[in-house]
Design a protein around this ligand. Sequence first.
Ligand SMILES: C[S@@+](CC[C@H](N)C(=O)[O-])C[C@H]1O[C@@H](n2cnc3c(N)ncnc32)[C@H](O)[C@@H]1O
Length: 273
Amino acid sequence: MSIVIVPGAEAAATVAPGHVETSAVRTGRVDVVGLGPAGRDWLTPQAHAALAAADHLVGYGPYLDRVPHNPRQHRHASDNRVESERAEFALDLALRGERVAVVSSGDPGVFAMASAVIEVAAEPRYAGVDVTVIPGLTAAQAVASQVGAPLGHDFATISLSDRLKPWEVVADRLDAAARADLVIAIYNPASRSRRTQVEDARAVLLRHRSADTPVVVGRAVGSDEQQITVTTLGELDVDAIDMRCLLIVGSSQTQVVDGPSGKRVFTPRRYPG
Ligand SMILES: C[S@@+](CC[C@H](N)C(=O)[O-])C[C@H]1O[C@@H](n2cnc3c(N)ncnc32)[C@H](O)[C@@H]1O
């Protein structure tokens, strides 16, 4: 017996000697969906539609918990360390004709699942599986919006996690970004087990930045537990930083001004400002 599958078609024909049978076979797909940093307000209509259309939801448990239950859907929760296995699992479901949403917090293309899914989908066995990335608001944008416009000029995003790259690379990139006078959005600054990176990063940044450089710390932004702190590189309380925080370190041009409901932070559009 041989099976003929027409890529992209809604039906496949099963052909056996002396016997022809046509059966309806759905073409599966994977949408990698950005949930935004938190809350329904920051979920785009496109992401909402992709979640609603899925047969299967795949992702890190706490992110899946943010998607309302739908009895029609199957949920597959995992921890957040097994990205390539999760991608393979989702793509295998799609090969079987299922419509799958892989959920990510923030934007799926920023330190998240989209790279893993696209990388695994490049394997020849997944050649017929359509993968779409549905963007989301990334944490740096959300934190910036709570204080004004600290990302108003050139900026870099750097993850402090040395789980997937050596610390020497992280330190080199921090040094280069600080020397280039870029605003720096720092993702993954710390976790329960990674407690030294923020202090080490501050030491690197102070090679090129003054101690009174503005720093914005956004914790759990968009959630009921949101905390925003405007401080300086010199006064940053490193012990208060955890994995729910994102830091925005200003450039030499970033300014802090008073507003009616707290401090406002902005980086002028022109350079020098
Ligand atoms: C693995 S990265 C995922 C980033 C995500 N894909 C995005 O685009 O925002 C996780 C890091 O994002 C930042 N982050 C995510 N959600 C956040 C939020 N609601 N408030 C502050 N930082 C957040 C933190 O730095 C956290 O350690």
